[in-house]
Design a protein around this ligand. Sequence first.
Ligand SMILES: Cc1cc2nc3c(=O)[nH]c(=O)nc-3n(C[C@H](O)[C@H](O)[C@H](O)COP(=O)(O)OP(=O)(O)OC[C@H]3O[C@@H](n4cnc5c(N)ncnc54)[C@H](O)[C@@H]3O)c2cc1C
Ligand code: FES
Length: 275
Amino acid sequence: MTDMGDPMLPAVTRVVRRRRETHDVRTLELELPPDYPGYVPGQFSMLYAPGVGEVPVSMSGDPERGGLVHTIRAVGPVSRALADLGRGASLGLRGPFGSAWPLYEARGRDVVIMAGGLGLAPLRPLLYKVFARPRDYPRITLLYGTRSPEDILFQRELDRWREKTGADIRVTVDHAGGEWRGPVGVVTSLLQAEQFDPGNAVAFLCGPEVMMRFSIASLTDLGLPAESIYVSMERNMKCAVGHCGHCQFGPHFICKNGPVFRYDRVRGLFGLREF
Ligand SMILES: Cc1cc2nc3c(=O)[nH]c(=O)nc-3n(C[C@H](O)[C@H](O)[C@H](O)COP(=O)(O)OP(=O)(O)OC[C@H]3O[C@@H](n4cnc5c(N)ncnc54)[C@H](O)[C@@H]3O)c2cc1C
Ligand code: FES
């Protein structure tokens, strides 16, 4: 059961640390199984909660630090069981699977990162990478929207990045109580023409599909070509290795060809329901 060579065989791993992010989101740091091959930002694991089931969850940690970190929102039986695992608990791990955020495309260009809700988690490994190399990525804009201030992920890290990097980092919420002093509105309301040069920029988007659709429309209105926009897609998965067809997305399998796609290659498939 611990062979990382067979992609269908889960390795047994253990929770090293669990951190509460919001009322329904937990970050798990997992023990690295022997022979774990490493991963790149954008990829995901299949996590198996013993006796409950297996689901895809993106990497959310810093690939350079070597650990395996996942941030999970409890929405149903499997994600709830995973989010409930305490320190030392065992679980199954397959992967890493899927495509990467194409960092090489971003080198020397303005980088615009737009995240909605939990979508900040799969983008965090990319953020660690670009912040670690300011010479390669001199101009970074991070626009992040959540439902409420209580749903903001990685708040302390966002503050630290705002302080320590020259990045333009803005957060908005759909609904706010009395304490919130920041913007209220959808994430596209944070987007401004002066944040990037459309002829020399690349955008990375992750969040609910409707959020990505509106973000793409706003970016293209500001002149960013579809070939410069990358999106991370989600569909139900079973095998994660391109065999079962569960994650079919037009001619693509999200587990194998995605989850990260260049927008112009999947434009016609956006908004299609999954069956
Ligand atoms: C490539 C990929 C990466 C992912 N990365 C993460 C991650 O980093 N963190 C994380 O928490 N989740 C992530 N997900 C989503 C996660 O896999 C689902 O939340 C999980 O499969 C739900 O399973 P469940 O048994 O807990 O709930 P289910 O019983 O399957 O679903 C419960 C409810 O949640 C809704 N739901 C199920 N899947 C999704 C989804 N993908 N998006 C939104 N709503 C959904 C269902 O429609 C239903 O209403 C990712 C999915 C994919 C495909
Ligand atoms: S999950 Fe089986 S083909 Fe993608």
